[in-house]
Each structure stands twice: as structure tokens, then as C-alpha cells.
Design a protein around this ligand. Structure first.
Ligand code: LLP
Length: 414
């Protein structure tokens, strides 16, 4: 399913003309296709049909309450990394019993509230964290279900900022040391060592490293069981990538999961995945209006009303996002830097890009922006964060209001 499509030269999201949304809701704004999100979620859920499993959407990719609610109703669990994300899941009607809590730096308060709410499990990243969970759970008279996040030492071959599965990264516990950690943890009260988990990195266009990690994890499960640790669950994290460049191949979730099913078949494991990007990225676009055109020397600039505060990925990772005009024109193309109003040279959405020869007042869409877009938005330069819109068929609605100037100073004192 293609959520964004030209019809007679005009860009649509599902059945709605994007420029209609921009005219009513103003720009910049994020627009998401509900159907695309549910489609991608179902491809994971159905791809695992026949084996006990849960797909825990990684809230960090896009944590809008409406999206979380939609996914909760579709049966999703949630992968969270903070008390804030847990709060969102609850507000969105998510079931705490389907939540896994990841992250290297969980605080005492966060662990305590997760225990009281009865989340499904903790993915633990250090012995000190396991000890803390053990003592907090014992005090509450509860048993926390625990998986250790293992670092399987697989090279995910992705951008260094989002690769996590190598020894030198801060994440996880080295696979060479983890068996000892399990054995020491087995003596602790208040915890049950139910699972193993890993997440080797994000935006993997080639699923081979994920399969390699899965193979190593299954071997580990065998070794742990042989030592009397009754592992019941395997969480393989997120990571499948999406095509940011027009023409990039899209890793097929179905093919990937078929191979995973073959690997885990007969191992008697409850399988979990934590996909984020691949569920929401392609479902979203950031719509923006051209403010000015200018030339500095030979360099062309298209200055738009969106910036790194709405979408930081190009500035932070040199990430590529396709840029499309909302209306195709006959005025050809231009090679330009597409930049925002923020006072930073790094504030660009694209550099030296051939784009439609857009003029002030024209509308553009920055594509594949549904994941790590709004979720990483900031108020730098005292810019209000944009509104978010959900399209369902022929209708659209605001699922987050644009911030106001008063929102910007909330909580501050003279
Ligand atoms: N599980 C864990 C433990 C994670 O750390 C992550 C992402 C995921 C699941 C979801 O991974 P996904 O399916 O989305 O690849 N801001 C960066 C991406 C950071 C990813 C961090 N962890 C970006 O904009 O590319």
C-alpha cells in the first residue's frame, strides 16, 4: 500500500489532497496515513502467525497518543525506554501487561512505577540494574520478569550513531560474559529470568545481520537452558529499515519473518519484536511551505518553514529524505540546499539536491518522516513544535495541536 501518491499531478495521502490539509492546518505539519501504519503492523503480526509471539511497537519512533491507541487496538504491545513513554502508553489505552521496558539507564522511580503497573518484562542492560530491580520488586512483594539484553557482537552495518550491536557500544551485556551474569542473577530474589533480548541497530536494509544475531541468540538459549535457566522468551528487538531513497529496496517483512520462523521453530519460545521505524516511517510526511529563494554566489537556497527543529535527521545523521512538490509543475528542477529558518549552518533538510523548481508560497513534502521525526522535534530557537494530522481514507483530523507561544514558556518564572 502506497500512502502518498500523485493523482493528476497532485500529491495525496490516502484519499486526501495534502494541500487541503496544509491550507487548513497551516505548515509545517506532519501528516500520517493510518492505513499504512496498520498495514505494516499487521505484516509483522501476521508474519509470525502460528508461533506464540507479540509485536511490541517501539514507542520512541513516534509516540503520538492517537497512533499508540490505534496500535493498541490492533493488539500491539509496546517497547518503552522511559517513564514518560509508559505514561503515554497508559494514556493511549495500552495494556501495561504487554509492555517491555528497555534502556541502559532506568531510574529507581521508573522501575518502581513499572513494577507497580505490572509490565510484562524488563530488558536489563547491567548487573547493577538487575540488582536494583531485584531489591525494588522484593520490597513490593512482586516477581519481575527479566530478560538480559545481550550484545551478540554482530556488525549491523548501518550508520554509526544507530548501530548498537558491537562490543564497543554502551548497549547490552557482552555475549561472552552474559552466561555468568545469568548464573549470578539466578540467586537473586524478586526476579524471574524468563528471557533473552537483543537489538543490534536500526535502519538495516539487509536482514542478514538480524538473522545472524537470531542464530547466536538461539544458541545462547540452548546453553542457558543446559545450565538450568528456564528461558521462555526471545526478544529480537527492532531494526528493519525502510527505503529513504526513491528506488531503494524495501526489506520484505514477510520474507524476513519466514526465515525467523524457520530458525525458532521447535525451540518452544515466546517470540517478541520491537519494530519502530518500519511501522511508521513511510506512513508519514512533513509538509512545509517555501518562504524564500536566494542565491549566495553560485549556491541556490530554498528556504522553507520547516527546519531541523521539526526533522533533525538530515542535520544529525546526514540522513536522506526525498522531497516532493505537492503540485507537479512544468518549471523544471533546480539543484539547491533546502534549508530552514534556524540559526545553524547545519539546519538543512537536503543539500545539493535536485528538487522541483519551487517558488515562495509553494508546498513541499519531506517524505518517510513518520519515524524519529516529531519524536525528535525540539523547541530550539523558541520554535513551536508543529501539528500532527492523521488521515483515514477520505478524512483527516488533528491528532496533536500546533504548540502555542504560551506552551513555549510554560513553567518558566520571571
Ligand atoms: N528496540 C530497542 C532496544 C531500540 O533501541 C530501538 C531503536 C528499537 C527497538 C526500534 O528500532 P527500529 O525498529 O526503529 O529500527 N533516531 C534514529 C534511530 C534511533 C534508534 C534507536 N533505537 C534515527 O532517526 O534514525
Amino acid at each position: 500500500f502506497q500512502p502518498f501518491e500523485y493523482r493528476e499531478g497532485v500529491l495525496y495521502c490516502e484519499g486526501v489532497e495534502l494541500s487541503k490539509i496544509a491550507d487548513h492546518a497551516a505548515t509545517p505539519c506532519y501528516v500520517y496515513s493510518a492505513r499504512a501504519i496498520l498495514d505494516r503492523f499487521h505484516s509483522y503480526d501476521q508474519g509470525l502467525f502460528g508461533i506464540p509471539h507479540r509485536v511490541c511497537y517501539a514507542v520512541k519512533a513516534n509516540s503520538n497518543l492517537s497512533l499508540l491507541n490505534m496500535l493498541a487496538q490492533a493488539g500491539a504491545g509496546f517497547d518503552i525506554v522511559s517513564g514518560g513513554e509508559l505514561h503515554r502508553v497508559l494514556k493511549a489505552g495500552g495494556d501495561p501487561g504487554k509492555v517491555v521496558f528497555s534502556g541502559v539507564g532506568k531510574t529507581r522511580e521508573e522501575i518502581d512505577s513499572a513494577l507497580q503497573l505490572g509490565i510484562h518484562s524488563f530488558n536489563c542492560e547491567s548487573e547493577a540494574e538487575i540488582a536494583l530491580i531485584s531489591s525494588l520488586a522484593s520490597r513490593l512483594g512482586k516477581t519481575a520478569s527479566i530478560a538480559l539484553r545481550v550484545n551478540p557482537d554482530v556488525d549491523a552495518a548501518t550508520h554509526p550513531y544507530i548501530s548498537t550491536g558491537l562490543k564497543e557500544h554502551k548497549f547490552g551485556i557482552d555475549i561472552a560474559e552474559v552466561e555468568g551474569v545469568y548464573q549470578r542473577a539466578a540467586a537473586l530474589p524478586g526476579i524471574s529470568l524468563d528471557g533473552v533480548s537483543c537489538h543490534i541497530g536500526s535502519q538495516l536494509l539487509d536482514p542478514a545481520p538480524l538473522l545472524e544475531a537470531a542464530t547466536k541468540m538461539l544458541a545462547l538459549v540452548g546453553r542457558l537452558r543446559a545450565k538450568g535457566i528456564a528461558i521462555k522468551e526471545l526478544d529480537l528487538g527492532g531494526g528493519l529499515g525502510v527505503p529513504y531513497h526513491a528506488g531503494d529496496p524495501r526489506p520484505d517483512v514477510d520474507t524476513f519473518l519466514r526465515k525467523i520462523r524457520q530458525l525458532v521453530d521447535g525451540h518452544n519460545l515466546f517470540l517478541m519484536f520491537e519494530p519502530g521505524r518500519s511501522v511508521v516511517a513511510e506512513a508519514g510526511a512533513l509538509v512545509s511551505r517555501v518562504l524564500y529563494r536566494k542565491k549566495n554566489g553560485e549556491k541556490e537556497f530554498v528556504i522553507i518553514d520547516a527546519s531541523m527543529t521539526e526533522l533533525i535527521r538530515p542535520a544529525l545523521y546526514e540522513a536522506h529524505h526525498e522531497i516532493l512538490p505537492l503540485r507537479k509543475s512544468k518549471f523544471g528542477t533546480v539543484v539547491a540546499n533546502i534549508v530552514g529558518p534556524v540559526c545553524e549552518s547545519g539546519d538543512f533538510l537536503a543539500e545539493n539536491r535536485e528538487v522541483a523548481n519551487v517558488l515562495p508560497g509553494d508546498l513541499i513534502a519531506i517524505m518517510t518522516a513518520g519515524a524519529y521525526g516529531f519524536a525528535m522535534a525540539s523547541n530550539y530557537n523558541s520554535r513551536v513544535r508543529p501539528c500532527e494530522i492523521l488521515v483515514e481514507g477520505d478524512t483527516w483530523r488533528v491528532i496533536r495541536q500546533r504548540e502555542t507561544l504560551d506552551d513555549l514558556i510554560r513553567g518558566e518564572e520571571l
